[in-house]
Design a protein around this ligand. Structure first.
Ligand code: ADP
Length: 486
């Protein structure tokens, strides 16, 4: 099949979270199954063209959106190793900015994100045509690529070039929908009827890109089976549970995979000491290095808790804040790597001042450090309020860093709670989103930690888990096949 993957992030080019990891790995896994896969990304100012040896195409094009014509420049990278071709669709005015979505000076998302990603969608169509690449499948990720679907099914419906193409929308996080004021709809150039009350684009009198994509996509996937069920309920549906229920026949949960060429302790070039399941001595070395770098006292018997996360409400930091003092009464240390909401930055700064020999916070995005924390910590804390899939708990399993997680979304699908009677399990799981439930799970972990034999059993059970992409890619492959032959 010819597959066009459309997304706003892909590792290693541009990445703010899990979406980038997934689009960095899934296309290659599909290519390994024999498909012809091309990936379309915005050409952000932050992408280093020299480092990635991007080759500019010599054709000139313009794209008209919202009544204004703007130039489109395209650069290409054909990755011969993984067989995937990447197209970077550029416009200086829209994408020549340092950040992907968020204006750091204004402290909010860019005002013109609707126009930026509308431009991007049309740029994808233009590039496909120029390249003569007629996809069997459009695989669009999240709200930034969501417009592809309604556009294909409406204004492009009569275009023979795209006839027969099927669309798949993957939702990585339903909390981000691409909602805009209602005058935004006029910019889209779509029939007015699509903005009728409770119609595809209308959402409480605003324009909602993701809703329209859910409405029009041939199939909708999300990134774990548990999350696919949860989002049909008002509690997790972010206002779209009704629309999702209407599409339930076409809604599928496919767990994200892990790119073990990047995330496994036996091959990780970013950690000081490599290690594997049969010999964990390198893990101890990584812990010492990490503590030293963090200027925390090196205490072999003290469990070290790692946190790597966007610092947003979703990830459960209000709970962490509520239990922090009680947690630090125990003999524990914690290293946090994250960036996001100002209030959590302040909170972790306060925490490291209050507990200078127990807590260290790095309030930034640093991929190398993320690898070192995975390798050097004993416990990984991820008490999310909701979690579509979550990658860090899967990385933690492979690094022998025992996850403490809430039983929600992809966390529920990937971490098995420790059973004291049998010694089975890969982590510590709690149900209710409450301080007590979190503390109880942490207490169970801290109690087991000194019992080295039992602890090591949990560590090794986690390291034996296999969440590689190949299995998940097979599921996408079968879904695409089913569509193409339907
Ligand atoms: P989400 O996509 O909701 O942010 P995931 O767990 O699916 O959460 O993916 C997060 C990815 O982003 C992981 O690869 C994680 O290591 C990375 N990440 C998050 N915050 C940081 C940070 N501050 N520095 C480095 N990597 C980070």
């Amino acid at each position: 099949m010819r597959i066009a993957v459309i997304a706003s992030e892909a590792a290693p080019f541009a990445r703010t979270g899990g979406l980038g990891d997934v689009v960095g790995a899934l296309p290659a896994a599909l290519a390994r199954l024999g498909h012809d896969v091309k990936v379309y990304l915005p050409r952000y100012g932050s992408i280093d063209a020299a480092k990635f040896a991007l080759v500019p195409l010599d054709w000139e094009a313009t794209i008209n959106v919202a009544g204004k014509t703007r130039p489109l420049s395209v650069e290409v990278k054909h990755d011969r190793k993984n067989g995937v071709e990447y197209f970077f669709l550029g416009n200086q005015e829209f994408f020549g900015r340092q950040n992907l979505y968020h204006d750091p000076e204004a402290g909010k998302d860019y005002d013109d994100n609707d126009e930026r990603f509308l431009f991007f969608s049309h740029a994808v169509f233009e590039t496909l045509k120029r390249d003569g690449f007629q996809p069997d499948i459009f695989h669009a990720h999240d709200w930034q690529a969501a417009l592809i679907t309604p556009l294909i099914k409406t204004v492009k419906a009569g275009d023979g070039f795209f006839a027969g193409a099927r669309t798949v929308l993957t939702i990585h996080n339903l909390a981000y929908q691409g909602t805009f004021e209602k005058d935004s709809f006029d910019k889209l150039g779509l029939p007015a009827d699509l903005f009728r009350a409770t119609g595809p684009f209308e959402f409480y009198e605003k324009v909602n890109f993701l809703k329209a994509a859910i409405w029009f996509a041939d199939k909708i996937t999300t990134v774990s089976e548990q999350y696919a069920r949860e989002i049909q309920s008002p509690e997790y549906g972010c206002g779209l549970d009704g629309v999702l229920q209407q599409r339930v026949e076409d809604l599928v949960g496919i767990l994200n995979g892990v790119d073990y060429t990047v995330w496994s302790p036996s091959r990780d070039h970013k950690i000081p000491f490599k290690y594997h399941r049969a010999n964990l001595s390198g893990k101890r070395g990584n812990k010492v290095e990490l503590l030293r770098r963090a200027s925390l006292p090196i205490r072999g018997k003290t469990p070290l808790i790692g946190v790597i996360s966007r610092l947003v409400d979703q990830k459960g930091f209000d709970l962490v804040a509520a239990v922090a003092d009680r947690l630090f009464e125990e003999d524990v240390q914690m290293i946090v790597l994250g960036s996001g909401a100002e209030m959590y930055h302040k909170f972790f700064q306060y925490l490291e001042q209050k507990y200078p020999d127990k807590c260290r916070a790095y309030l930034t995005f640093d991929d190398d450090l993320a690898h070192r924390i995975e390798a050097g910590s004993d416990i990984f804390l991820m008490p999310s309020r909701f979690e579509p899939c979550g990658l860090n708990q899967m990385y933690s399993l492979k690094y022998g860093t025992v996850p403490v997680v809430r039983r929600v979304g992809g966390l529920a699908d990937t971490v098995e709670d420790y059973d004291e009677d049998t010694g089975a399990g890969t982590g510590f799981v709690f149900e209710e989103y409450t301080e007590d439930a979190l503390l109880e799970a942490l207490a169970r972990a801290l109690r087991l930690f000194p019992r080295k034999r039992q602890w090591t059993k949990v560590v090794k059970a986690g390291m034996a888990q296999d969440y590689s992409w190949d299995q998940s890619a097979q599921k996408y492959h079968r879904l695409f096949e089913q569509l193409v032959h339907s």
